[in-house]
Design a protein around this ligand. Structure first.
Ligand SMILES: [Zn+2]
Length: 506
């Protein structure tokens, strides 16, 4: 979860300057935003959002440099959305001289669900302001699976991601986007919000930055927290649980993540939940340090879903905000550390019981010990298309971080834990250090010696050493047990380990 999203760091969420905000205010209307994007959700006769009307305006200063023809693009498809560009209707581009013909061409298939685009190129020179308008149907609610990138109707509103529906200038000179909502078709009191802000919002960066944001519009009463003013949440529709209790749980989780991992303070965070009509098989997605996430639910739980499962999904997606970017093709760090922290922190915070954390840990130990890729090098895992193999680094990383935490605690007689190793790395990343395997290894050599580097390479990178952390690696309330089970899917007998609750002093 989150691994499929673009790895580019988010620009300007916290750093959005006051000057940029002022530019967006109507009082300064003499200088229109260089690039403005307005999205209007359209209600169908059934009371559900059936389409989105999108309008864009490019001012002269934002047009392509050096006389290059204006080009627009939309993804052909992405994870969980089979068709995007093919659903675009009535695309109209105009400038002062009238309509501008646009010539469409498609990239060759990328061999993945994402990475290929439809491009539209202006048939003549344009002069600003240029207006772009089109309409796109929302994604069918029953189109299943995958992360929730597509814009789907939910609870009288709509939610998804920018990449699921946007046709954007691809060579504009614009360096910021003014995002606006037209909510006139929706119920009174509806909100329009993106992960970068509620209502009219300025997003730093080129227009393509809008692909990286989660979006939600509709009658979702915002959850405001006195405890954490920078945490906001929005729920569309009626989920199969008490939404207020869930948001309070999420708020406590956010506060504990901020307190434990420290280096971001209490960053702005927007948690979106959309409740689809009927069951939902998808879960949630966030960008690394993207300022928010979207969780997708059904009005009732699907197979394998329950309240604990959704707690784990929400905690996992929020944890990605702090784990952030790691420059490596293999997800041992970003997914491994996120999986580790979201399995242990809820119990450390006292918001879950040991049985909850044991279940979360064991779901990952199972995927690790039973995976065909358990003892493969990460390079071979990355090249594999098998889901059973793809998820192996989640469990491998989780067990590695548990082992490392135990080693650091041991060495310092309990004075320090894993967070003491991570904090200086995260702080250095904030100042521009590229976090990668080399930076990780030099930290290990400094803190724990050459042996720790050799262990990391053997157990994580090469995979030839199977990870079996000490019994108390997940804290004093859980202990390690040998366990035997049948692998999911293949029913192959597996010998591995589980952690189970034991009597403890908390
Ligand atoms: Zn994830």
């Amino acid at each position: 979860m989150a691994g499929q999203v673009s790895m580019r760091p988010f620009i300007g969420l916290a750093a959005l300057s006051l000057a940029a905000m002022v530019q967006a205010l109507p009082a300064n209307a003499a200088a229109p935003a260089e690039y403005a994007l307005t999205v209007k959700p359209l209600l169908g006769a059934d009371g559900k959002v059936g389409a989105l009307d999108v309008r864009e305006a490019l001012q002269p200063a934002a047009l392509p440099r050096d006389g290059l023809p204006l080009r627009l693009r939309a993804a052909l498809s992405t994870f969980g959305v089979k068709a995007i560009a093919a659903r675009v209707e009535r695309l109209e581009v105009s400038d002062a001289a009238g309509a501008v013909a646009m010539l469409a061409s498609d990239d060759a298939p990328s061999g993945r669900p994402d990475g290929a685009y439809r491009h539209w190129q202006a048939a003549r020179q344009v002069s600003g302001p240029v207006l772009i308008r089109y309409r796109i149907a929302t994604q069918a609610v029953d189109e299943q699976g995958g992360p929730p990138f597509g814009m789907k109707a939910a609870g009288g509103g709509v939610a998804g991601s920018g990449r699921g529906f946007l046709v954007l200038p691809e060579n504009a000179a614009s360096t910021s986007t003014l995002m606006r909502w037209d909510l006139s078709d929706l119920a009174a009191g509806s909100v329009g919000v993106i992960t970068a802000g509620e209502g009219e919002t300025v997003v730093a960066g080129p227009p393509q930055e809008m692909l990286e944001l989660w979006m939600l519009a509709g009658p979702a009463a915002p959850y405001r927290s006195v405890r954490s003013p920078s945490f906001n949440a929005y729920v569309l529709g009626q989920p199969p649980f008490d939404a207020a209790a869930m948001l309070d749980w999420a708020n406590r989780s956010y506060a504990y993540l901020a307190e434990s991992l420290q280096y971001l303070g209490a960053p702005p965070y927007r948690l979106f939940m959309r409740t689809l009509d009927g069951p939902s098989f998808a879960t949630g997605t966030a960008r690394h340090d993207g300022g928010g996430s979207l969780i997708t639910l059904g009005e009732r739980y699907s197979k394998n879903q329950d309240l604990d499962y959704l707690h784990t999904v929400i905690f996992h997606e929020m944890t990605h905000q702090w784990v952030g970017q790691f420059d490596s093709a293999a997800p041992w760090f970003s997914e491994g550390l996120t999986t580790y922290l979201s399995a242990v922190l809820p119990c450390r915070a006292g918001i879950e019981e040991p049985a909850y954390c044991a279940a979360s840990i064991n779901s990952s130990t199972h995927t690790y010990y039973e995976s065909d890729g358990r003892n493969w090098p990460l390079s071979r895992i990355s090249a594999s298309g098998s889901e059973n193999v793809r998820r192996a680094p989640y469990g491998r990383g989780m067990l590695y971080f548990a082992m490392l935490d135990a080693q650091v605690r041991d060495k310092s007689q309990g004075a320090r834990g894993l967070e003491a190793l991570l904090l200086p790395l995260f702080q250095a990343r904030q100042k521009g250090l590229q976090l990668n395997d080399a930076a990780w290894e030099s930290m290990l050599a400094r803190e724990l010696g050459a042996q720790a580097v050799a262990e990391f390479r053997a157990s994580v990178v090469e995979g030839d050493v199977t990870l079996i952390p000490p019994s108390d690696a997940f804290g004093p309330c859980l202990a390690r047990y040998r366990a035997h089970w049948l692998a999911e899917g293949s029913a192959k007998p597996v010998d591995g380990y589980e952690w189970r609750p034991v009597a403890c002093q908390r």
